[in-house]
Design a binder for this molecule. Structure first.
Ligand SMILES: *Cc1c(COP(=O)(O)O)cnc(C)c1O
Length: 383
């Protein structure tokens, strides 16, 4: 096996190698302090992430999934309520709604950005709608302006699933501050990754902030007095300390991801692959932070190309092969194939290529050359 040839989809170890000394210092600091649940590391990270996003409050929690759960719970989402969200997203977006006994109501996507299509939102709103949850998929903010207009008209709060989009901007405003409550994941492969599970919620509303901080700790306030039905959804001090080492590097990493995305774009053009591999669309006035660089593979050849990449030891992933409305555990919602055609088409054609800040131009050349060899070979065969 030729180790030099292999290009991973993501390389979290590269980041660790560059920060090893600082990370081990931070970990030892926590271990020596004995304060391993909550405490100053968590409080400091909350302030630092809130400041980074331009939000008033940060509430650390155990994962991006729990961030969504806490946000919806703070808005009193419960049985009988509906939350509107795109069907083309990671399962956790809908999972949070269902865990509260509420009903996810799906909307199709804009095929260019794979983000919720705001044109389809308004006719999904009913008297039971409690919130709208756009997902800033792959690192680009959803089209918020029409969402603001519609949700304002119906007096509905927006909960942003910004799990993939920390540092992403919409007209200069950062993800997480584009609605009532913003939810982040620090899953290791996200742009700001912990060494395990972790998450963060940001908001400008002090009452919601307090409620979410209480809900993540069994709804307990003061000690052994339980005001709300909460959970254990706390952020570990160890994760907070490690994330505090990484946060100052996030801007540099986002820029490296953007540079890598620009190199992919140029390579796709250079190899005359535009009609075979559709590049990601970045809308004007967006800062796309490329948690993933996702192309669309034309003519039903996605799976064949993926197999070829696998034999060539090039990492890839399919985000996501099955839209949520077709998931087995959501069959009770009564959806069928054809209900959300843009999402179903995306599920058939998306392909995420290797993307991480340390990815080199040479590695990217190899990725696109490998795609070109395969796609062109197919063209010759077909001719
Ligand atoms: C990663 C992710 C989540 C869940 O975050 P976890 O920290 O893994 O629980 C939720 N929504 C989206 C869109 C994600 O990508």
């Amino acid at each position: 096996m030729n180790e030099q040839k292999r290009v991973p989809l993501c390389d979290v170890q590269a980041q660790f190698r560059n920060l090893e000394a600082d990370l081990s210092d931070a970990a030892l600091r926590v271990l020596r302090s004995g304060q391993v649940i909550g405490g100053p590391e968590v409080a400091s990270l909350e302030k630092e992430v809130a400041r980074y996003c331009g939000a008033g409050f940060g509430i650390g929690c155990s994962s991006g999934s729990d961030a969504l759960l806490l946000a919806l719970a703070a808005l009193d989402v419960g049985p009988g309520d509906e939350v509107i969200l795109p069907t083309f997203t990671f399962f956790a977006s809908a999972g949070a709604v269902c865990r509260l006994g509420a009903r996810p109501v799906f909307v199709d996507i804009d095929p260019w950005t794979c983000n919720l299509d705001p044109m389809q939102l308004e006719n999904k709103i009913t008297g039971r709608t409690k919130a709208v949850m756009p997902v800033h998929l792959f690192g680009q903010c959803a089209d918020m302006e029409p969402l603001w207009r519609i949700t304002e008209r119906h007096d509905l709060p927006i909960v942003e699933d910004a799990a993939q989009a920390i540092g992403s901007e919409y007209f200069g405003k950062r993800a997480g501050t584009l609605g009532a409550i913003g939810c982040f994941s620090f899953y290791p492969t996200k742009n700001l990754g912990a060494c395990g599970d972790a998450g963060m919620i940001v908001t400008n509303d002090p009452e919601w902030a307090e409620r979410m901080a209480c809900l993540r700790n069994h709804g307990m306030e003061p000690r052994y007095h339980h005001k709300f039905m909460g959970w254990n959804a706390r952020l570990d001090a160890l994760q907070a300390a490690l994330l505090r080492v990484k946060l100052p590097h996030l801007e540099k990493w986002s820029e490296a991801r953007q540079a890598a995305a620009a190199r992919y774009d140029a390579l796709i053009d250079e190899h005359h692959l535009r009609h075979f591999l559709q590049k990601p669309t970045v809308r004007p006035q967006r800062r796309h932070v490329f948690n993933q660089y996702v192309v669309r593979v034309a003519d039903g050849r996605r799976d064949a190309l993926a197999r070829h990449l696998k034999t060539e030891q090039i990492g890839y992933e399919i985000y996501y092969p099955i839209p949520l409305h077709l998931q087995e555990c959501l069959a009770y919602l009564g959806h069928a194939e054809g209900d959300f055609p843009a999402s179903e088409e995306a599920a058939r054609s998306v392909l995420a290529l290797p993307m991480y800040p340390e990815l080199t131009a040479d590695q990217q050349s190899r990725v696109i050359r490998t795609c070109a060899d395969f796609l062109r070979g197919q063209v010759r065969l077909a001719a």
